[in-house]
Write a protein that binds this ligand. Structure first.
Ligand SMILES: Nc1ncnc2c1ncn2[C@@H]1O[C@H](COP(=O)(O)OP(=O)(O)OP(=O)(O)O)[C@@H](O)[C@H]1O
Ligand SMILES: [Mg+2]
Length: 241
């Protein structure tokens, strides 16, 4: 089975100000329908890695960085970044990836329905009943005509999942999507999302602080270790399979 993501010797450095930060990924293979957790302490590079997987941030070095979404072609992202093919990268992202941010990231001046529709509009997908049906599954169908500011925090995160999934991507990235919620609500939402993505055959990659929950959800964990290198000038964080 081909890998959805294949990373080899990927490095991203953040060297501005104070002690520098280096993220190193020696080798990661992620297969279709796998569910992955990036678990690690604050500042270890979870969001940095997710942003690279979302094709928002490019690595400084890589021996291999490719994506092959289910139902799509294989793309050598290393080459696309090198050749500055931004529009190709953004097209791959729009078509195949849904991304849920910690803060939800809903646009405050659009209704919940308009927010959820947005990824479909960008892809010029036909209006069908998919917005209503995904909203029903996530329990926010009564909130569709409100502005996001009028929703509870839990409803907003469910709306953010609906938006990330409305264009039927095969890759769902989530950056601590329930960190701002109480543990019971957080676990309920993740249970619904896991059920939903199982039916849709989606690869989930989520960052989380909540070790206990990750182990309960039976996600494959990418382990992270960090240490100072180069006489303490750089804090290096390594994610391993
Ligand atoms: N734009 C940036 N410029 C410089 N350094 C940055 C930038 N963004 C992040 N960093 C640094 O990179 C490191 C990793 O940050 P990142 O946000 O990936 O961590 P994280 O694991 O997601 O943390 P948290 O759990 O707090 O969200 C941190 O040391 C951070 O200060
Ligand atoms: Mg983060």
């Amino acid at each position: 089975m081909p890998s959805v993501y294949s990373l080899s010797n990927v490095v991203k450095e953040r060297l501005v100000g104070g002690v520098g930060f280096r993220l190193h990924v020696p080798s990661i293979e992620i297969k279709a329908e796998e569910n992955i957790a990036l678990v690690g302490h604050s500042g270890c590079g979870k969001s940095t890695l997710l942003d690279m997987l979302a094709l928002i941030l490019h690595p400084d070095k890589s021996d291999g960085f490719s994506i092959e979404p289910v139902g799509g072609k294989s793309h050598d992202l290393g080459k696309l970044w090198q050749r500055r093919r931004q529009s190709r990268l953004s097209q791959i992202r729009k078509q195949h990836i849904g991304y849920v941010l910690q803060s939800g990231g809903l646009l405050p001046y659009l209704t919940v329905r308009e927010n959820i529709e947005l990824p479909r509009r960008l892809l010029k997908l036909a209006d069908d009943d998919s917005i209503n049906s995904i909203a029903r599954v996530l329990g926010i169908h009564r909130q569709l005509d409100k502005l996001p500011g009028l929703l509870s925090a839990g409803e907003r995160q469910r709306a953010a999942f609906a938006r990330a999934l409305s264009h039927r991507p095969t890759i769902l990235l989530a950056d601590e999507p329930t960190a701002s919620l109480d543990p019971i609500t957080a676990r309920k939402i993740m249970a619904v999302v896991m059920e939903l993505i199982k039916g849709l055959k989606i690869t989930l990659i989520t960052a989380s602080h909540d070790w206990a929950h990750v182990y309960k959800m039976d996600l494959r964990t990418l382990h992270q270790e960090a240490k100072p290198v180069e006489n303490g000038r750089i804090y290096q964080s390594t994610f391993r399979d």
